[in-house]
Design a binder for this molecule. Structure first.
Ligand code: HEC
Ligand code: HEC
Length: 415
């Protein structure tokens, strides 16, 4: 860890932990596993600090969400060497094929016109470097310098928008205006990470097995692989605990991901998970309040016009209120605000992921923007909303008629 040595209060403990972290970055996400000593207890506090929803704070939160890497380039560039891979072998067509999105509003009009006219080589990695220079690849932040008269990608990092933003395809498939908070259901994170030359074949095989729209945020700690669907980061303003297993409030989880998954620079400790990371200066903590405010401002995208049958949805709402609202309670759509968690068997869920977490049980997912983000459930085990309803009908023995099931699906499409 040559960067970020603390300016003050430099002590042996900081150095020891910083060195350990260097090993973890290489040995954890890329090479092998890191030993943990899990313990009991409640969510660590201190991540959530009071914030405001002023326009300035929201603008800063949007900047952080879209563009802040927290200096994770030290991992994605110095360790994983992703800048080399992108520069030599990731054309725009390859990037789009693994689900990366392009922000059409960041492309100048003349470049956009050239793309439309078929005058831009979308099979050349040099074009990807140009897009990175324009800051137009959603969730990737590249630093492009002139080396020997050529644009050269010298640093590459990732941001929250990589997994939690998509585009509206208004320019072309995969190219359009940003929709922040909407999970990128096309993004094959595992396939992208597997491009790193620093990864062993065994781990490449695991990353390659996840498929689009999924990511395992604990693989680098316990070496197990039960990938989760990328969830929405919108519609959370009234939700007390985030994640499928309600690990803690939003800023707790934001810090977890920023530091342990994106490999940004900051402090994260959770005795429940046996994770203790300290890196100075902490580039994450000072940004959590604005980041939370911005996420809390994100509303679920409304269902497209004509995408559901309103009369059937009104009937389906009654079925929902009778059979589903005991857990997906009115208003927030989850009973977790009062602390309730559910044993995997209550909803017929696979327990494997929950067993790897602090709480071992699942939070009732607040239902929002469902039309936007198939597949459903933490592991994506239901491909469609029809499959969700059929699942509940079976595992909870609801004996719903075919008509009731169809109405319920229409209601879910309206949320
Ligand atoms: C590599 C992909 C990836 C990146 C990058 C990423 N996340 Fe996530 N995020 C996930 C996954 C997977 C989950 C599901 C974890 C769970 O629920 O246990 C998640 C969960 C969440 C949730 C909880 C949603 C809910 O329903 O409670 C929020 C909020 C969130 N992320 C925000 C962020 C923010 C803010 C950042 C940047 C600091 C970020 N994420 C970076 C993959 C990612
Ligand atoms: C016993 C409590 C309980 C009941 C009753 C219940 N749910 Fe759920 N629901 C949950 C839990 C817990 C999850 C999270 C499961 C997971 O992903 O592991 C969930 C997840 C979901 C999801 C997935 C959301 C997403 O974004 O992936 C949908 C959709 C859903 N439920 C709809 C329903 C419907 C429709 C009914 C009624 C037929 C219903 N639920 C009844 C607890 C419940």
């Amino acid at each position: 860890m040559s960067t970020g040595l603390p300016q003050t209060r430099l002590n042996t403990r900081t150095i020891v932990v910083a060195v350990t972290l260097g090993v973890m970055a290489i040995g954890g996400a890329i090479g092998g596993c890191v030993a943990r000593q899990p313990g009991a207890g409640s969510t660590p506090t201190g991540f959530d600090v009071p914030g405001d929803m002023s326009p300035q704070t929201l603008a800063e939160g949007q900047r952080v969400f879209r563009f802040e890497t927290f200096n994770d380039e030290k991992f994605w560039t110095d360790t994983a060497r992703m800048h080399e891979v992108v520069q030599t072998s990731v054309s725009p067509n390859t990037a789009l094929s693994v689900g990366l999105k392009v922000d059409a509003e960041a492309i100048p009009a003349d470049v956009a016109a050239a793309i439309k006219a078929g005058q831009v080589d979308l099979t050349s990695p040099a074009t990807t470097v140009t897009l990175l220079k324009l800051n137009a690849v959603v969730g990737l932040k590249g630093t492009v310098s002139t080396v020997g008269g050529r644009d050269t990608l010298v640093r590459l990092g990732v941001t929250c928008a990589l997994c939690h933003s998509t585009v509206d395809n208004s320019f072309a498939r995969g190219i359009g205006r940003r929709i922040d908070g909407a999970p990128n259901v096309d993004l094959n994170v595992g396939a992208i990470i597997a491009l790193s030359p620093a990864i062993t074949p065994a781990r490449k095989a695991v990353y390659g097995s996840w498929g689009p729209g999924k990511y395992d945020p604990r693989f680098n700690f316990d070496g197990k692989s039960t990938p989760l669907v990328l969830p929405p980061a919108y519609g959370l303003a009234a939700i007390r605990n985030e994640t499928f297993t309600a690990e803690g409030p939003i800023s707790y989880w934001n810090a977890y991901v920023a530091i342990t998954q994106m490999h940004g620079q900051g402090n994260f400790s959770d005795p429940r998970l046996g994770i203790h990371i300290r890196q100075s200066p902490d580039l994450v903590a000072p940004r959590l309040a604005a980041l939370r405010a911005y996420q809390h401002s994100l509303q679920p995208p409304p269902p497209p016009a004509g995408s559901f049958d309103a009369a059937a949805a009104a009937r389906g709402r009654l079925v929902f209120n009778a059979r589903c609202a005991s857990c997906h309670i009115g208003g927030t759509g989850t009973d977790n605000n009062s602390g309730v968690l559910h044993d995997p068997s209550e909803t017929g869920m696979n327990a494997a992921y929950a067993m790897r977490t602090a709480n071992k049980r699942y939070r009732t997912t607040p239902l929002r923007g469902l039309w936007q983000h198939p597949p459903y459930f933490h592991d994506g085990s239901a491909a469609t909303l029809d499959a969700v309803v059929a699942h509940y009908n079976r595992v909870r023995n609801l004996r719903l008629s075919a008509a009731q099931q169809q109405d319920l699906v229409q209601y879910l499409k309206s949320l």
